[in-house]
Design a protein around this ligand. Structure first.
Ligand SMILES: [Mn+2]
Length: 380
């Protein structure tokens, strides 16, 4: 055997509630499971020797039984492959190993063939068929999982699996589990499989290849990068090669729209619908000034777009320029006039108290309320 082939995933977060996905929550939970299934497909297609899961396979130490069954069924595809494929799982920050947790129960019941969970007691696994040492966190080094790990010179390949943050001066200074760039360089490992960050990131140092694989599917609403897994090939005595392979079906798109560029809400809606895509999460940020006759109702927009995308979020930061509001058009003895007076006061008060969010809500209430009082359709 002259090269090691592995598939590296992490942060799958199976069993996540997906609450932020609203009506698409159940579908999102299925997306996470399907993405894990694609990691298994990838192992089979590329005839990997081992699947490495660098933490947070599950979203909690006590995932739902239905989720556990899905994972077990997928893992058995690895052990039944010819030749069989190993799987090494490191507990993460969400699915930590503790009494009564899923890993505790798996370890007590005996894991399936060729499935190992790295623990403080058993932080090292030797894969005989590919003569590979897989190292979990160094015992007794809590907070610095890579400190003190050194390759076994007798083994053909040495891999470290770590769940934590790489320290980037000025950006990432501290975490429960911290890995410094020096720790990576000093480890002399053939490969460091990192987990914890949900997007791909290359943290290689000198001859040591160290990569965050990213989640195989988008886990949270604001995750910009698509789900991927890594196929890593390490030639004997050589440097690791890697390939990022798409595993997720969701994509995320953030857009800032200035309402001044559109004639009205109807035009904004039409422009957004042109990009309709059932696999797209859209995060729309509306900015700019609206005229007194133009009202933007973000809830209405969300509802109108909901069926055309996986998930839509509209944040409304538009402003009605109060100085443009001609109060002589709204005499205070009429309902509209009284409303304008009240809302202007409320906006001013909120600004005085430095309550930006309250002022923004009052702004929107003024826009929408005024339009309704004048008998205009809000969704124009
Ligand atoms: Mn995670």
């Amino acid at each position: 055997m002259n090269e090691l082939r592995l598939v590296h995933t992490a942060d799958v977060h199976l069993g996540h509630s997906s609450r932020a996905f609203g009506a698409a929550a159940a579908e999102h939970r299925r997306c996470l499971q399907e993405a894990f299934g694609r990691c298994i497909d990838l192992c089979l297609e590329r005839q990997a020797h081992v699947l490495i899961v660098a933490g947070d396979l599950f979203d909690s130490p006590h995932p739902p039984e239905s989720t556990v069954s899905v994972v077990q069924a997928q893992l058995s595809r690895l052990s039944q492959a010819q030749p069989p494929i190993s799987c090494i799982i490191l507990p993460g920050t969400h699915d930590l190993l503790k009494s009564g947790s899923i890993y505790d129960r798996w370890l007590a019941a005996g894991l399936g063939p060729r499935i190992d969970v790295l623990t403080a007691e058993q932080p090292l696994v030797h894969l005989a068929d590919c003569d590979t040492m897989v190292w979990g966190p160094a015992p007794g080094q809590s907070g610095r999982p890579l400190v003190g790990l050194r390759p076994d010179p007798e083994a053909r390949f040495n891999i470290a699996v770590v769940h934590g943050s790489v320290q980037i001066p000025g950006v990432v200074e501290d975490d429960e589990a911290l890995i410094t760039q020096q720790d990576i360089a000093d480890s002399q490992m053939d490969y460091v499989a990192l987990g914890h960050w949900h997007s791909f990131s290359d943290q290689s140092q000198g001859p040591v290849t160290a990569l965050y694989c990213g989640s195989p599917e988008i886990v949270a609403l604001d995750q910009a990068s698509r789900g991927t897994a890594l196929v890593v090939t390490i030639p004997t005595g050589g440097k690791a090669n890697w390939e990022q392979v798409p595993t997720g079906r969701l994509k995320y798109n953030k857009q800032e729209l200035n309402v001044a560029d559109f004639a009205g809400q109807g035009e904004i809606l039409a422009a957004l619908l042109e990009e309709a895509d059932p696999n797209k999460i859209v995060d729309i940020h509306l900015t700019g000034l609206v005229t007194p006759g133009q009202a933007i109702d973000s809830d209405e927009l969300e509802i109108a777009l909901a069926d055309s995308f996986f998930r839509v979020r509209v944040t409304n930061d538009t402003h009605l320029p109060l100085e443009q509001l001609d109060e002589s058009e709204y005499p205070p003895q009429l309902v509209a006039g009284r409303f304008v007076q009240l809302m202007k006061q409320r906006i001013e008060d909120a600004k005085q108290r430095d309550e930006g969010a309250v002022a923004q809500i009052a702004q929107q209430a003024l826009q929408v309320g005024l339009a309704l009082l004048e008998g205009r359709e809000v969704l124009g």
